[in-house]
Design a protein around this ligand. Structure first.
Ligand code: PEP
Ligand code: MN
Length: 336
């Protein structure tokens, strides 16, 4: 159960509600977010909702039978729209396109990608500066100085930045230089990191774990929300299965299932999802057809020279064609 409290609730009213919950054997979990104040009630036995619903200080009350509560669709009339400022939103009728290299490599590269994005009216640039690599000998990213340079070029050109945060200690240093924190597949269940990201006022995109279930992804989002941050995006990026023909198995059935279970926007990552350049456009388009609110993709001016994930990075020309097709596809989906 979710109890939404009134903005002007008095201390006495709050106490009365908590007392009543105790009488009904409901465990209260206060949740104060960047928008509102709630009490999540863990219900142990049947009760009459009117015993609470009529109390002073309550704006609304909802029964939510799912074990994740705040991210469930069952209590919210409208889907969440993430507002990045400057008219850039995710979760509305427009497809969100996040495009950029796997890793930020140099200032020259940032300038070249920014140019490409501006030409194609793409408003969000991706790029990792802290890279989770399977081998410790691979390129591990340019770090915070790379991020500062990345953010400077983007903000000067009205482009928003999404970049991966790998550990708690990076959250604060990155805070002023990202518009969206990305939680990578390997950190999808790093609960300490999710707790801290719940306490900042910046959107967080959580990728599905390499072997993570849909419910586990929703629980990860619940960590962020219950710590106070409602600005969450979910990302399907492929899971590990027995199939070795592709890098991962992009589970597109997760998209409609997530859209059914949660009010949060869903993003598809076809680059890591299939991991093979020539199949990325098809899977990106399929992602939009499956109902995704956005696509995150890797591009590179010279993919064969990329420091990471070149094999799945699109050439600019391929990306240009894809942006158009993606937008057309989203319009088609909207018209259904
Ligand atoms: C990335 O976005 O470059 C990345 C490392 O993604 P994932 O966490 O999905 O592997
Ligand atoms: Mn990558």
């Amino acid at each position: 159960m979710i109890i939404q409290l009134k903005k002007d609730i008095t201390e006495q009213e709050r106490e009365n509600i908590l007392e009543q919950l105790q009488l009904l054997d409901i465990t209260p979990q206060p949740v104060k977010t960047n928008f509102k104040e709630y009490i999540v009630g863990i219900v142990k036995k049947e009760f009459d909702i009117r015993q609470i619903g009529n109390m002073k200080g309550i704006a609304d009350i909802h029964r939510v039978s799912d074990s994740y509560k705040m991210v469930s669709k069952k209590w919210k009339l409208h889907n969440t729209i993430i507002d990045l400022g400057d008219g850039i939103k995710i979760g509305n009728d427009e497809l969100a396109i996040m495009s950029g290299p796997c890793s930020i490599e140099s200032e020259k590269q940032i300038e070249s990608v920014v140019d490409h994005l501006l030409k194609n009216n793409v408003k969000i640039m991706r790029g990792g500066v802290f890279k989770p690599r399977s081998s410790p000998y691979s390129f591990r990213g340019m770090g915070i100085d790379g991020l500062k340079m990345f953010y400077k070029h983007c903000s000067e050109n009205g482009i928003k930045v999404i970049s991966e945060v790998m550990q708690v200690s990076q959250v604060e240093e990155m805070l002023d230089y990202v518009d969206i924190f990305q939680v990578g597949a390997r950190n999808s269940q790093n609960f300490n990191l999710l707790d801290v990201l719940g306490q900042v006022d910046k959107p967080v995109m959580i990728k599905r774990g390499i072997s993570g279930t849909i419910d586990e992804l929703l629980y990860s989002a619940e960590y962020v929300f219950s710590n106070g941050n409602e600005k969450i995006l979910l990302c399907e990026r492929g899971i590990r299965t027995f199939e070795r023909a592709a890098r991962n198995t992009l589970d597109l059935s997760a998209v409609p299932i997530l859209k059914d279970k949660t009010h949060l926007p869903v993003i598809v990552d076809p680059s890591h999802g299939v991991g093979i350049r020539k199949f990325v456009p098809t899977m990106a388009l399929a992602g939009v057809m499956s109902g995704a609110d956005g696509v995150i993709m890797e591009i590179h001016e010279t993919p064969e020279k990329a420091f990471s994930d070149g094999q799945q990075s699109l050439y600019y020309q391929q990306a240009e064609k894809l942006y158009k097709e993606l937008r057309q596809t989203k319009e088609l989906v909207n018209s259904f």
